[in-house]
Design a protein around this ligand. Structure first.
Ligand code: NAP
Length: 384
């Protein structure tokens, strides 16, 4: 893939090619990549910790150096069943910071609002040293989601002010549009964000679940730092619809959400698993119906088999596969458990060759994934 002239990633890729190891887990490459970002002087937030690797999302003024593995806060109190109490969540978030995680992901719609409040409270002691990213777009009125999108200028500006308060910060390190708004052209959204960046209320921005065309239009107005879309071994659309290629070409980072396919690839879910109908959207998803789970367990079995020969769990295989795809990819698994946090971070210690990953891909290509990722209503909101 030809790199765009002047994109700061170009030098990195040349070096990577020279040592014949591009697109594989390699601490050396991460260091080279990180060094570029450090030189750019664009990294206000980073508590570096031994054992963690660091990567750069975006380029030039939009660059952001973060831990190679982020932390999805959503599932602590939204969409992922019951969880431990608030004190325990906060202890876990602090442990993630201690382990070197500098990227925490939340959104206004998670809760709604209460996930941002949790992230704000937990991360306040680390203000300015770690990044909390949040998302606007889903309309929220009186603390409730309406199901509509609103990325109009006035609303985005208001949401920004409100998120700053809930997150207890002065400037949002990375503000994503959560879903495309058909009533507000993406160029207008980019203009609004440019204003907020000029005012210092937002540092960078990103988009979720959009097409390559939308990415190009938005980036031309205000450079994007990251695209956040679903990407994992059971959902590889971004490889085929031009999104990853566009990110590579324009020097935009990529943040795969639900990297474990909402926990499924971790191997703890089977056809008898019951999801809390009050606070877990998995019971509404076609891929989490018992018959789909039963069929798709073959995929988890393959990950476990691949992992067994290498001392890895299926979660580590799933996360490791994403990390090897490009050094500008930063997955954000969510967890409510200290043991899973430890396991996920340990993924960074394995060194699996491109050939081994290819073998896994070939094995999985022979297994059809059963069930759509979203129901019809949710599917309508993606891909613009
Ligand atoms: N932009 C968007 O539209 C969008 C959409 C969805 C999510 N997201 C973001 O992505 C983040 C992660 O997504 P997600 O929560 O949907 O999916 P995920 O990270 O793929 O899966 C989370 C689930 O995996 C389990 N898990 C974590 N580590 C594990 C391990 N080592 N072994 C076994 N199970 C493990 C967790 O359960 P335990 O608690 O038991 O560990 C949790 O239920 C969210 O927090 C959110 O920030 C963004």
């Amino acid at each position: 893939m030809k790199e765009e002239k002047g994109v700061s990633r170009r030098g990195f890729l040349k070096t990577a090619a020279a040592i014949g190891a591009a697109l594989s887990i390699n601490p050396v490459l991460d260091k080279i990549h990180a060094a570029e970002a450090v030189m750019s002087g664009n990294n206000p937030a980073n508590v570096k910790t031994e054992g963690m690797h660091y990567r750069t999302l975006g380029s030039r003024k939009a660059a952001m150096e973060v831990s190679a593995l982020g932390f999805g806060v959503m599932g602590m109190n939204y969409n992922r069943s019951q969880s431990p109490d608030r004190k325990e969540y906060i202890r876990l978030i602090h442990e993630a910071v201690d382990r070197g995680v500098t990227l925490f992901d939340t959104a206004i719609i998670y809760g709604p609002l209460k996930n941002e409040l949790l992230a704000g409270e937990a991360l306040e002691p680390y203000k300015g040293r770690v990044n909390v990213t949040t998302k606007f777009g889903h309309e929220v009125i009186d603390g409730k989601g309406t199901g509509r999108q609103d990325s109009s200028r006035a609303t985005v500006r208001r949401y920004c002010e409100e998120s700053l308060k809930r997150l207890r910060i002065d400037s949002i390190p990375l503000f994503y549009q959560h879903r495309y708004d058909r009533n507000t052209p993406i160029e207008e959204v980019a203009e609004t964000i440019s204003e907020l960046i000029r005012e210092g209320k937002v540092q960078r921005w990103g988009l979720c679940e959009v097409s390559a065309d939308t990415i190009r239009k938005a980036h031309a107005v205000c450079p994007l730092t990251a695209i956040q879309s679903e990407y994992h071994l059971m959902h590889r659309d971004v490889e085929k619809n031009g999104v990853l290629d566009t990110c590579r070409k324009l020097g935009i980072g990529f943040v795969p959400y639900s990297p474990l396919n909402r926990g499924f690839l971790g191997g703890c879910i089977n056809e008898y698993t019951r999801f809390d109908t009050n606070n877990d959207n998995r019971h509404t998803l076609p891929r989490f119906q018992p018959e789909a789970i039963r069929a798709n367990t073959r995929i988890v079995n393959e990950l476990q088999q691949f992992g067994r020969e290498r001392g890895m769990t299926s979660s580590q295989v799933a996360i490791g596969w994403l990390l090897h795809k490009a050094p500008w990819i930063v997955p954000i698994p969510g967890t409510t458990k200290h043991s899973h946090l430890d396991e996920n971070i340990h993924t960074l210690t394995f060194n699996i060759s491109d050939n081994e990953w290819r073998t896994l891909e070939t094995t999985l290509a022979a297994i059809a994934v059963v069930g759509d990722r979203y129901n019809a209503e949710q599917q309508k909101q993606v891909g613009y």
